[in-house]
Write a protein that binds this ligand. Structure first.
Ligand code: DAH
Length: 349
């Protein structure tokens, strides 16, 4: 190497160092450049090797310039490294920073569904009168759902159009989805002796086409009392008290003769309409009354199925539709909304 080409190469290296160090964006690339310029076989080291070939008169000046360039590259490397480091640091700080002035996030609280709350309300009223809770199966047999409840073979409720039978081919198997909660009466009486004061909430199923007041699955609370000397007066007093607890003491209650196969006599119970207070409106279909439950004195034939002596014991029974109570109490025009997951509705009730 002669001095002239040595200087040319040295200045080339110096220029290249300025350009590349300015452009480098990562610590990794910077390290590659350090090796390229200052490494043991890098371009500066190579010139130090070649320095020996120069004429001794030129060596000191070239060596001095070579050292200057080396120092310059070192300090630029260091400066760039610091820039890149502090940029990384800044990124990390902003990623990890917490704005402690932000308001906290509040979690949405869940709550019980309206149907559950009304069932619990009904249970509480009867538990307060000394009743016990007893649930029964939703898949029942023909015997418990109909036969032992004194429902004759030809009864329309037994038709395929009204009852979900469990067997898929439509043949009448004896397994079915219970059409009411009344079969719990039979199961309890069969296994226990009076006195019995029982409430039994749960689901029931009917092959109804859904509309504003029907869904194929719905809820009922069954209740019954069996003991010596239970009278129709006990039934009236108990259900009047229940209606007043649920709807308010100002509401009137009336008993209307009706028919159920498992009670004799039977009645439907109405409360006075809370909207028109009896004068007639759309909700009560101009009658001034809202029907809310079915009831009656347990038929002696039912006692026959469970081995109770009807001369010794008597009892009353009733069945309340939970969706109906919910609809009347909360003025829900279409009960299908109770089965939908509409948050706006669920939070409003
Ligand atoms: N099981 C009847 C129904 O689903 C309701 C009912 C009426 C229940 C009279 C009773 C009763 O216990 O005595 O429509």
């Amino acid at each position: 190497m002669d001095a002239e080409s040595g200087y040319r190469e040295l200045e080339n290296i110096a220029r290249r160092a300025v350009e590349t160090l300015q452009a480098v964006e990562t610590l990794e690339d910077l390290e590659h450049l350090r090796i390229e310029f200052l490494g043991r076989s890098g371009s500066i080291a190579r010139l130090f090797q070649e320095l020996r070939e120069l004429d001794s008169s030129e060596r000191p000046a070239f060596g001095k310039r070579l050292n200057e360039v080396k120092k310059e590259i070192e300090s630029r490397l260091e400066a760039r490294e610091q820039e890149l480091q502090s940029r990384l640091e800044g990124l990390r700080m902003s990623r990890e920073s917490i704005d402690i002035t932000l308001p906290g996030r509040s979690e949405k609280l869940g709550r019980k569904h309206l149907i559950t709350r009304i069932i619990e309300e009904i249970e509480d009223i009867f538990i307060g009168m000394g009743y016990q809770l007893q649930e029964g199966p939703e898949v029942e047999t023909d015997y418990y759902n109909f036969e032992a409840l004194n429902t004759p073979e030809w009864h329309p409720a037994k038709s395929l159009a009204d009852t979900f039978y469990v067997e898929a081919d439509g043949a009448k198997s004896t397994a079915l989805l219970r059409t009411h909660t009344s079969p719990v009466q039979i199961r309890v009486m069969e296994s226990r002796k009076p006195p019995l004061f029982i409430v039994s909430p749960g689901k029931a199923y009917r092959r109804d086409v859904p509309d504003a007041s029907h869904t194929p699955m719905f809820h009922q609370v069954e209740g019954f009392a069996v003991d010596r000397h239970i009278t129709l007066g006990d039934l009236k007093g108990t259900l009047e008290l229940f209606c007043h607890e649920i709807f308010g003491a100002e509401r009137e209650v009336r008993f209307r003769p009706h028919f159920f196969p498992f009670t004799e006599p039977s009645a439907e119970v109405d409360v006075s309409c809370g909207i028109c207070e009896g004068s007639g409106c759309r909700l009560c279909k101009q009658t001034g009354w809202l029907e809310i439950l079915g009831a009656g004195m347990i038929d002696p034939n039912v006692f026959g199925y469970v081995g109770y002596d009807p001369d010794e014991y008597s009892g009353f029974a009733f069945g309340v539709g939970v969706e109906r109570i919910a609809a009347l109490k909360y003025r829900i025009p279409d009960i299908r909304i109770l089965l939908e997951q509409d948050f706006r509705f669920l939070q409003s009730i």
